[in-house]
Design a protein around this ligand. Structure first.
Ligand SMILES: [Cu+2]
Length: 277
């Protein structure tokens, strides 16, 4: 099972089996046999999975990448903000020959015609198996005294590499949200230098430079690849999602966080829109 089903969701699947062609649902019945074995029987459960095998695994400990996701669906949507908040100006206090963006918006709130860039949209339920990760390692570059990219999603147990494109010293301080000590704090004294670090735990990591206090970025470390970031037009799309009902969240560094539920039908497209107030 790719997610923990609530009793109402199980009822829903059972009802769906009554309505749909027997192909998908019939398999579950064959595999499960007696009614007591039914909690594992969903349209997305492959016949090879031992019953209950994933129930004992701690959330996020193992994610199995599949060549193709059976009856996969899509989640897409748009994140908007029509309020009055504006990004503050960058207060660049030193190294101005390289740090040339002083006085410009600091990048913490980028809105174009109500469409919000750089919101993280993520399924927060554990998912045991699904599509392949596209990336093993993410990069945070120091460029003109800004972190690039500012917001990104990384893989739990994957790596983050900090690089320096500038002719001056930066350091990269990776501080997991709620932690009392950094995951890493590395100095990059010269251009071309790089250091990488394993992302041991899922969650948000704030990235800071202790030399240039205006530098900020965030990494959302996810145990599965069903997390993404909105583009300049405020939209996102998550493909190859195993069918199911999920809890999701939308997070933005300046506007906060909200939770949502989203239901992905087999082969269907679900919509998850959010307007920050
Ligand atoms: Cu710096």
């Amino acid at each position: 099972m790719a997610w923990r089903m609530r009793p109402d969701a199980i009822q829903h699947v059972v009802a769906l089996c009554g309505l749909l062609a027997v192909a998908a649902c019939g398999k579950g019945e064959e595999k499960g046999g007696a009614p007591k074995a039914q909690p594992e029987a969903t349209p997305s459960a492959p016949a090879t999975e031992p019953a209950g095998s994933t129930e004992a695994e701690p959330a996020g400990s193992v994610y199995a990448e599949l060549d193709s996701v059976p009856e996969a669906g899509v989640i897409k949507g748009t994140v908007t903000y029509k309020g009055d908040k504006k990004a503050p100006a960058l207060n660049v206090t030193k190294d101005t020959q390289v740090c040339t963006h002083g006085g410009k918006p600091d990048g913490s709130l980028e809105v174009d015609d109500g469409k919000l860039k750089n919101a993280v949209v993520a399924i927060t339920d554990p998912i045991a198996k699904g599509k392949k990760w596209e990336i093993e390692k993410v990069t945070v570059d120091n460029k003109e005294c800004l972190f690039v990219p500012r917001i990104q999603v990384a893989r739990e147990k994957g790596k983050v590499e900090a690089t320096n494109s500038d002719q001056l010293l930066h350091n990269v301080n990776l501080m997991p949200q709620g932690a009392d000590k950094p995951l890493a704090n590395v100095a990059l004294p010269a251009p071309g230098m790089k250091q990488s670090k394993e992302l041991k735990q899922a969650g948000l990591i704030e990235v800071k430079c202790d030399v240039h206090e205006w530098m900020h970025a965030w990494i959302y470390v996810s145990p599965h690849p069903y997390a993404t970031v909105t583009g300049e037009d405020g939209t996102f799309e998550m493909k190859d999602v195993p069918p199911g009902e999920y809890n999701a969240k939308v997070w933005h560094e300046a506007l906060g966080e909200t939770t949502a539920k989203v239901k992905v039908d087999p082969g269907g497209t679900a919509t998850l829109d959010h307007e920050f107030k």
